[in-house]
Design a protein around this ligand. Sequence first.
Ligand SMILES: Nc1ncnc2c1ncn2[C@@H]1O[C@H](COP(=O)(O)OP(=O)(O)O)[C@@H](O)[C@H]1O
Ligand SMILES: [Mg+2]
Length: 340
Amino acid sequence: MTPPSGFDAEPTPDAPDAASDRALRPKRLADFTGQIPVTHNLSLAVEAAQLRKEQLDHVLLAGPPGLGKTTLAHILAAEMGAEIKETSGPMLEKPGDLAGMLSALTPGAVLFIDEIHSLKRVVEEYLYSAMEDFRITIQLGEGASTQVLTLNLPPFTLVGATTREGQLSAPFRSRFGIRERLDLYSAAELTTILTRSAKLLNVEADAEGLATIATRSRGTARYANNHLRHIRDLAQVRYRNRITAAVAEEGLTHLGIDHAGLTELDRRILHCLARARRSVGLKTIATTVGEEERTIEDVYEPFLIQGGYLLKTPTGRQITHLGYRHLGLKVELDEQRTIF
Ligand SMILES: Nc1ncnc2c1ncn2[C@@H]1O[C@H](COP(=O)(O)OP(=O)(O)O)[C@@H](O)[C@H]1O
Ligand SMILES: [Mg+2]
């Protein structure tokens, strides 16, 4: 399925419209919370490039949806004082699509390709010479009258974002001088993000209210902001525009989010594993809970694994002790199985 617009098209179940997402997006590195090793490396790279008066090296940003990859791509362009052009892997169907974008770049521009793992092989290979030598070849005409034209490009920075770094070929990965992986946020970091968002959304929120949302947002900035927006509506309508722990609690309950931050679908995944009482393949889980394999793997599993509810083993997925307890089930052990 090709998304209608290339960006913000991650399979998050409750992705907001792009405009409200953009409104909360930090514009500079200094406003970007957490991901310390990543921002440290990026700011160093930006400074060095500026000292050399060169474009920034190509950057690959990997990690689950909603952690700030698109935001960082925009920040990098802003920090470099460069323009940014956005597209996504599924939108670039043939080398010609890419040639058009590349030749229209201004010197030093950032070309942001979201979902870069889904680039077609021919488009990917076409990018290689653009990335390495800032040069592309264009084929004019067909058959006997074919002419090949080499076009020099202005130096540019390719910023690629991916939820599936493992799907990138080794030659492609190695062409990015800077490769960074984003991790889930801590509750404290999400509280900082929410404090800023609450100000931008003009809603009053006390520390407990924000902490309640932060601890139940699956380590994901986008979820935290989405929850905040929903709870702001509730606060405006019923609670004089003030978010307390009790208001947050009420709003999160409406959304089907439990005390640990798990959604209805997280719980269905765990129930499926608990019933199986052995390792279960991704395909079976997907069929049982009625969600795409890719979405389960990219969106749901990272948090279930990090939270210690689910384990990935060579034979499939298993529920942990904590997972059983979370569902209020008695842990069932059998001989063949180790439960952690
Ligand atoms: N480190 C951060 N600090 C503040 N807000 C963030 C941060 N990371 C993400 N966000 C917010 O979360 C939302 C989703 O981020 P986005 O960059 O679209 O994620 P991704 O591209 O990784 O899916 C954005 O609206 C942005 O406001
Ligand atoms: Mg994105």
